[in-house]
Design a protein around this ligand. Structure first.
Ligand SMILES: *[C@@H]1O[C@H](CO)[C@@H](O)[C@H](O)[C@H]1NC(C)=O
Ligand SMILES: *[C@@H]1O[C@H](CO)[C@@H](O)[C@H](O)[C@H]1NC(C)=O
Ligand SMILES: *[C@@H]1O[C@H](CO)[C@@H](O)[C@H](O)[C@H]1NC(C)=O
Length: 420
């Protein structure tokens, strides 16, 4: 069944902040099915072809294809992203060190706080620039250097949706509001809660918060990195997405992981890399990150994979930091993000995505050697003062990428003035 898919019906997209030239060029309505059938494909699904076989050839097509990808990922893997709540009330609390947010859905309300961190060199008595400073929402804290001109918003994502093993599924503020059996896994639940943080910043305004709500990035490392990636993909008000060492369930394509597992038995890591098949058959250990029904071992039936997570962030800024530790699936992240970069390239926004894998260090230890590249992305997308470096460096090369994308249609050559 076809449904007329208008932006306003879509929980994931916010009309007011979607790049306006895109809307202006949308002449045809974006007609998409409500649900999608299973497929059977061992290669990465073609970004340039709709499920009904039509090609993606214009900017408007690409935006429509993004909506399709978003629906597919919600249906098969991540669970549904609910629409905005009935109301959000935000309070700038504890003299600006906190923002308290109350969201109301029907008869239920939940309140949580985020901590605002300014660097020591950010003089809190000095007035902020009229439009406010940029900020980075850090899931569970940040493991990257952040310049003093950018605020940090520390989001305790576990409070929104727990991730303490399978038994914790359905716990947290998100589920208090939407019901403990809601289909969203914790990655999608966090996305919804981040949306409310941005609502709060918009509501209070730069004059109160000193933060510019249209220049907000997101980051997180490891499990929080998976979260940062999904948040950036589904919350279109995020200007820069920085998933760090997100590995399996993040920057790695599931189909590639399937091959990588067979090729080299990685060190066991149920927690971080969903590596051991045993972890997934044991429901008490199964992670809460994805929809309950998702089983990555049957990924071949899903008409999407994680190169399309990058496609959802496009054309906005995306800087993916990975590591070459076994259980982070470096071969899969390297190949998958190269495929993601091809999507950026096809829409004329190649420079907006960087991939960096310096490697040779312990988990979540950001390397100073990568700092200039990271900051160049913050300059372009948050501080609006500079140009992101071309970053496509990887310690690991996935030579099998060509066979994973062999069936793709020819990439379009979309030259569109994306506002990011
Ligand atoms: C904000 O929330 C914290 C708890 O997280 C609470 O201690 C504090 O009193 C609240 N502040 C305001 C102004 O509501
Ligand atoms: C902070 O700002 C005030 C007023 O703008 C100024 O007088 C003071 O020297 C600044 N302090 C630091 C540490 O920069
Ligand atoms: C893409 O289009 C631009 C301008 O329309 C053109 O200059 C460029 O050569 C094209 N690139 C490819 C790979 O076709």
């Amino acid at each position: 069944m076809l449904a007329l898919c208008l932006f306003l019906n879509l929980p994931a997209l916010v009309l007011a902040t979607y790049p306006s030239p895109t809307l202006a060029t949308r002449r045809e309505p974006c007609l998409l099915p409500d649900t999608y059938p299973e497929v059977s494909t061992t290669t990465l699904p073609d970004p340039w072809k709709f499920i009904d076989g039509k090609s993606v050839s214009t900017a408007a097509d690409f935006v429509c294809r993004q909506i399709e990808i978003s629906k597919i990922l919600q249906q098969f893997e991540l669970g549904d992203l609910p629409s905005a709540p009935d109301s959000v009330t935000s309070v700038w609390a504890e003299t600006g060190n906190m923002m308290n947010i109350t969201a109301t859905v029907g008869s239920k309300s939940a309140t949580w706080s985020v901590r605002i961190v300014r660097s020591a060199s950010d003089n809190s008595t000095a007035p902020p620039p009229p439009s406010g400073s940029p900020a980075i929402i850090a899931l569970g804290g940040s493991w990257i250097p952040i310049p003093s001109s950018i605020r940090q918003i520390i989001f305790n994502n576990d409070e929104c949706a727990s991730q303490a093993g399978g038994g914790s599924r359905g716990r947290g503020k998100f589920y208090e509001l939407h019901g403990s059996s809601h289909s969203a896994g914790s990655l999608m639940a966090w996305t919804w809660c981040v949306g409310r943080i941005i609502d709060g910043l918009e509501q209070l305004g730069a004059a109160t918060t000193g933060i510019n709500p249209s220049r907000v990035g997101v980051t997180g490392c490891s499990r929080h990195g998976k979260g940062a990636f999904v948040v950036g993909a589904f919350e279109k008000r995020i200007a820069l997405t920085i998933p760090q060492e997100s590995g399996g369930g993040g920057a790695a394509c599931w189909r590639m992981m399937n091959d990588e597992i067979r090729r080299r038995r990685p060190s066991s890591c149920c927690e971080c890399g969903v590596a051991e098949p045993g972890c997934w058959s044991d429901p008490t250990r199964q992670a809460t990150w994805f929809a309950r029904k998702f089983d990555w071992r049957t990924i071949h039936s899903v008409p999407a994979d994680h190169h399309l997570l990058a496609a959802l962030v496009a054309p906005r800024g995306l800087y993916v930091v990975e590591n070459n530790i076994d259980h982070l699936w470096p071969w899969s992240t390297a190949g998958c993000m190269k495929a993601g970069r091809m999507v950026y390239s096809g829409i004329g926004a190649q420079g907006n995505m960087g991939f960096s894998m310096i490697g040779g260090h312990s988990h979540c230890q950001f390397q100073t050697a990568g700092q200039a590249d990271l900051f160049s992305f913050m300059d372009q997308f948050l501080l609006l003062s500079g140009q992101a470096n071309v970053v496509d460096t990887s310690r690991v090369v996935n030579n099998d990428l060509p066979s994973f994308i062999a069936g793709w249609s020819r990439a379009p050559n979309i030259t569109h003035d994306w506002e990011v």
